[in-house]
Design a protein around this ligand. Structure first.
Ligand SMILES: [Zn+2]
Ligand SMILES: [Zn+2]
Length: 179
């Protein structure tokens, strides 16, 4: 994974690596290996945190395309919010590499949203209101929470074909936590 931080938000790149790992996104990307028209830059996932800037609300806070995740933080964004956007984009990145056909045909952004909310909670993250300034993630995430997260992601990435679309972010998380 290549990580570039042009923002003034401090992000632990080891945490991002650790979150990408159970998706298999730390390995060379299948899409990049098969790419013969030069859409990808390099064979690994690229993550770029753009300069902190106030943006119109219509501008998305994250973006994924051809092996590259971009995150666009504003001055209110907490590191926790950046991580939650990263989780959302990881879902897109994984699906594009795992099953390009489903990725292209299925409007899965709302599932990616629910995935990132539940994953963020499993890691110990909280928010008061759904605004970028209210997302909080502990500086150190206990190992047991990483184990939960890895198992959660495991319930998704083991799926193939139609079963991917049946994956339910909320009920899979409830099954793991018993809540
Ligand atoms: Zn923000
Ligand atoms: Zn999305």
């Amino acid at each position: 994974m290549r990580f570039q931080n042009e923002s003034d938000i401090e992000i632990d790149r080891r945490l991002l690596r650790r979150l990408a790992e159970p998706f298999g996104l730390m390995a060379p990307l299948p899409g990049a290996i098969q790419d013969d028209i030069g859409l990808y830059v390099g064979r690994y996932l690229r993550v770029r945190l753009r300069p902190t800037r106030r943006r119109r609300p219509s501008i998305p806070s994250g973006w994924y395309s051809c092996g590259a995740i971009s995150i666009f933080p504003c001055p209110d964004c907490t590191p926790g919010f950046v991580v939650s956007v990263f989780l959302h984009e990881l879902f897109h990145a994984w699906l594009s590499q795992h099953d390009d056909g489903i990725y292209l045909r299925w409007n899965h952004c709302s599932v990616a949203d629910r995935f990132s909310d539940r994953a963020f909670e499993l890691l110990g993250g909280r928010w008061r209101i759904k605004k970028c300034g209210s997302f909080r993630l502990p500086r150190t995430i206990p190992a047991r929470r990483h184990v939960l997260y890895d198992r959660y992601v495991g319930t998704l990435v083991s799926r193939q074909g139609a079963a991917i679309r049946q994956w339910n972010p909320n009920s899979e998380s409830r099954r793991l936590t018993g809540r």
